[in-house]
Design a protein. Structure first.
Length: 140
């Protein structure tokens, strides 16, 4: 049961990360004054995305029943679909990016408080959360 909770939380975190990446990509083309900030943060987010995808793959591909793997697939598709739908309809401005960045930090705390989370995943999440907090504290 804990693997479903962990996978669900990591999947939500990954979707939020993708959402923020997409926002930075859009804003880097529309907001010339913050283009360098968007590119820099987008580069950091891509590194985080790779690490999260690796962790998701390890949780999803562990030995288990076929039904469990189907549930993981369903959770992933539902999260990605709802994220794409929200992205399509919301405005693409700096206030929305800020909102999603803080939602992302909240998702890190949710993931970190998952029971029986493996230490390597905890270490990765803490490192990523710290990096995000650092660049959010910088003046924009």
């Amino acid at each position: 049961m804990n693997s479903f909770l962990l996978f669900s939380r990591l999947s939500k975190l990954g979707c939020c990360n993708n959402h923020i990446l997409n926002l930075y990509d859009v804003l880097s083309t529309t907001d010339e004054s913050r283009k360098s900030i968007c590119i820099e943060r987008s580069t950091r987010r891509k590194k985080i995305k790779t690490e999260l995808d690796d962790s998701l793959g390890k949780v999803r591909n562990r030995k288990g029943l076929l039904a469990e793997k189907a549930m993981f697939y369903s959770i992933s598709k539902i999260n990605h679909g709802s994220s794409r739908l929200i992205f399509y309809f919301e405005p693409k401005d700096w206030n929305i990016v800020t909102k999603w960045e803080f939602k992302n930090l909240s998702l890190y705390y949710d993931a970190l408080y998952t029971p029986n989370i493996p230490k390597p995943v905890v270490d990765m999440l803490l490192k990523q959360k710290h990096e995000i907090e650092n660049y959010l504290s910088e003046e924009v």
